[in-house]
Design a binder for this molecule. Sequence first.
Ligand code: ADP
Ligand code: NG1
Length: 460
Amino acid sequence: MTSLTPPPTLSVRVTDSARLLKLKQMFLSKFGSDPKFYVRAPGRVNLIGEHIDYCGYAVLPMAIEQDILAAVEPVKNDVICLANTNPQYLDFTTSTNSIQIDKTKPLWHNYFLCGLKGIQDHFNFNKPTGMNCLVDGTVPPSSGLSSSSALVCCAGLITLTSNGMALSKVELAEACAKSERYIGTEGGGMDQSISFLGEEGTAKLIEFSPLRASDVKLPPGAVFVIANSCVEMNKAATSHFNIRVMECRLATKLIAKRRGLDWKSLSKLGDVQGKLGLSLQEMQAVVEEIFHREPYSVEEICGALGITIDELRATILSQNTQDVSFFKLYQRAKHVYSEAQRVLDFKEVCDEAPADAVQRLGALMSQSHESCKNMYECSCPEVDQLVNTCLQSGAIGSRLTGAGWGGCTVSMVPAGHQDAFIAKVQDAYYKDGSLALLKNNIFATKPASGALVLLEAANN
Ligand code: ADP
Ligand code: NG1
């Protein structure tokens, strides 16, 4: 299986790629020497399965062409120098003896350090080698296409290569999923998994515990188009994301407690389903039976679990959700169990390829968006408007992709109609005001390859 192999190393002629050549020249003028290797890690678009990876459920993303590309030179001194082609991301230097990740300010270099620490933790080595590194990104940041994980994965693979070590794609994905949590968000692992396990030409069903990826052949009659609402939402700078993770964790514990399970040892909705041995449909009925629709106060949750507020804060809640007073449990658990079912249904339609596959997949995508919007409350007015515009412009299904509260939509459009679709959405959503000036807001995408190391061919 390819997932058990390390990421590939490709030999390239830098002169064949304007981007690589520019990066090499910038590196030379910044550091006064040539890079020794390059690493590329892609962003991703999630076709369906939103906010369920951290509940233990399978998701269905594909890697995209947009990526983080870095030029690297390992150095003998104990210093890591990071620079970026985008002047908005300031230079950063640290000694390899004192690597600190600052969760309070999620500045770009902290994501790089997360990837670096992931490899350090995995091999339990004290001091990574020093390096000069110049980063160039094309994934729109804070837009649901996983720019942060592409950066973390790129840094993980750079650290592995600089230190002369080897890991499989699965081990790298697991190490980077774990270490991105140093930034403070409690993500589930979809983004890092697809960044390493992505393959050209195929979407992937990513399953967890153990991590594995299987090919999903998308219907030839459809094209997937990404559109950016141009509303940015940084996960680490707000508590929206972690509140949802906590709501799922609390819902798990309340279900487990009510059903007489060892609730303290369970923290994922998927695990409680496993213990109860029920289907996803049956879990939705359990949610209907156990939870009321109104938000749960912290006091009510503590009463149900038989613990104090201090215990709740110390043993269950993350650092940035300590002061949240109310949690919505019914809505969040309902979304998770129904979305997990939609992922399985989507995969089944792709596998069986019935005549009406495109219609059925489109319906699942639109149901997913409705659930994200109404039950998970992770959309926003601009994204809802963009989804509606996409549906009115010829999409068969459309939904937010990624964490939400802004960011991108993904739409399924009949093959051959994508240019007309893009033109209509341009006209309706991007025509006026400041959005008209922005580039690359809407583009067709297809499954791209996962992370790799690039070495300059000898004859350059
Ligand atoms: P996403 O949904 O894209 O993963 P996040 O809000 O989680 O968004 O992370 C975005 C952050 O990742 C940015 O604020 C920045 O710190 C970092 N980042 C993204 N792209 C780049 C880049 N090209 N260079 C440096 N840092 C980047
Ligand atoms: P993005 O879209 O990159 O912010 C986040 C999480 C994923 C997943 C999705 C929602 C991280 C690194 N990523 O993705 O694990 O939960 O939201 O489906 O936390």
